[in-house]
Design a protein. Sequence first.
Length: 308
Amino acid sequence: MLSRVANNLIWLERYMERGNGIISLLKTNFYANQDSPELFPWTPIIKTYTPENNTFYTEDPIECINFMVFSKDNLNSILNIVTKARENARSVQEHISRELWLCINNYYLLLTKKDIEKKLNEDELIEFLDNLKAYHLMFYGTMDITQERGASYYFMNIGKFLERVIQITDFTAIKLTEIAKTSDSLEQSFFWKNLLLSIGGYQLYLKKHKSSFKEDHIITMVFQDKLFPRSIYYCINKLNRHLRQLIESGELEKNNIEFLLGKLESTIKYTTIESINERGLENFIKEIKEDIKNISFSINTVYFSHFN
């Protein structure tokens, strides 16, 4: 497979995964902001998903969501993300199913529909975000049942799980910043609950631990749970699996990427909660992000410099 094609497939999935995560974050924060605006402001979200030189900040829910969904000046707005995903999909149409292309194209047409921004109001805000979320869920389902299991599928999944790891660490970092500002255990539990809702782990957590939002339990679930599809360990395990399939199919040469992923997987799997607490969760997250950065760099330099 041409390196250009593989790169486009990876970024197609990365953009769709990023968009899905941002919509979940916006929806969760909207609910929390209605009850406790002082605990769940909009500024941290804008700061995380805009360049450092961004000057737009607001605490108005409609203005923030409008900016995060429709702003052409924000590289991580849903409109820009879906536009980029569509551009990548269009350039590799022969490598993805027709149904998948139509799914992405229809999403793009919705976001570019005339006057759609004017329909954004507080009464229908959640319904609007749910409609956007539905396109991402449709994308995942369409990919799963229509995409051939081959190199294209494996590269797309590498993009998805790379982006998911980055998002989980970003979401956790946002909450850690807020948690550090208070010593009130009840307020801290609100932040942990909000994190679980943002990554879709709330119901699973309640099944395991009832209604007690304990930091150690949440950290273990978010970082080390083998069955939770948005835990760091699960995502790294999937990355490893798809990487091996690419190596076995001859699309990727055996190299240090496999070693880096295996090392990170073992680190997450065998690091105890006591060890995480000792070094600090913030430092643990930084180490994971640095490892992911190195893995992403290795994929680019090793694959895309040898298979052109």
